[in-house]
Design a protein around this ligand. Sequence first.
Ligand code: AMP
Length: 431
Amino acid sequence: MKYSRPRGTRDFLPGKMAARRYVEQKILGVFTRFGYKEIATPTFEHLELITAKSGEDIIAHLYHFKDKGGRDLALRPELTAPVMRLYVNELQNQQKPLRLCYFGNCFRYERPQAGRYREFWQAGAELIGSATPEAQAEVIALASAVLKELGLSDYELHIGNIGILRKILAENGVGEEEQAHIMGVIDKGDEAQLQEELGRLQLPQRERDVIYGVLELNGRRGEVIKRAEALLAGREVVLKELRSFEEILDALESFGVKNYHLNLGIARGLDYYTGMVFEIYAARLGAEKQICGGGSYSLAEVFGGKPVATSGFAFGFDRLLLALEREGINLPDTERVLFMVIPFGEEYLSRAIEVASLLRRSYACELEVMRRKVKKALAYADARGIPYVILVGEEIKAGKVLLKDMQAKEQREVDVEDLEDVLAAIAGGNP
Ligand code: AMP
């Protein structure tokens, strides 16, 4: 092969692309029903925007380049930063809350593996301008509604709250920047490094034990909260954070989302998360099982805006599709061609084109363009699984065509005038 695809990218063939569009539309449909409005941002941004949010370390994971004007640009690795840039530039003065959603491709220079690509798609939503428990719960409920709509059932929703760890660190005099750094280490899951970092901060052993204790709090609500209360006894500020977390959970349950795990070990690497965080895992995906990540954050000020409480999430769209596939969920064939128009020879070609044009106003319809004999064209229709063929021949002189049912192997004459009604009846019975 002379030209292959760049590593970590994919081509989407017919059928696959239809499935992707179907899922995309379903997701956007749920977003719309929750009142979220779609926006789109450029595929590349100033490199600075990305590093302002994620730090210089992210450069190793980016596709970045200088354009001909010498500007440093990067292909977007995710969409939260672009969305918040857009918010700061264009929407800051609008009434709150703002509910925004997006669907777009993202690029990361990573080692490709199953479920991890260099070009992948994210579908996400951001609720800007409210820090209430119900606003934070709404975004989790929205992510969960998407999965329900798609029929995915084998997944786990894990909800955490980094505010608890942050407050414990703050009580020990650890500043915000350092807190964020520790969160990053926890997110990486590197226990040795965590030990080292906590050692460097010279936290007393008792405090370290509390931190490790919090990281292990994982399970059903009642039990986790009980253990957390025991662990955090006497720390009023931290307990207050736990109470507000419970208010989010109460609201979430009112939204009908009850099947979740509390997991206070979720840290989510980036600096700007403030409290609630959540992740959704599809176990069938193996190592790259996280299909969704999100939480409550404060980012506008990083881009020169006024601070504004925001909650949001992003689905890894490709992983979502993989999860649906692994669960054996069949997606409808939205590109199914029901009809094919075949002329009996060149003489009837122009009439066949007219009939096909008429049908194409309402249905997916093929037209014979290979000038094959009828028999060959019928064999093609059969091989393609096209269930009905409209043959245009001498009957057209009397305003009629032949409608052939490929499966029943029957054909009948239909007036061209009635054709639309006849086909509507057929199409109605062929969802
Ligand atoms: P993040 O922006 O890192 O929180 O990622 C959000 C979601 O995007 C993750 O939960 C994944 O499902 C998905 N994701 C992240 N990186 C990749 C990748 N390289 N390939 C495919 N999906 C990804």
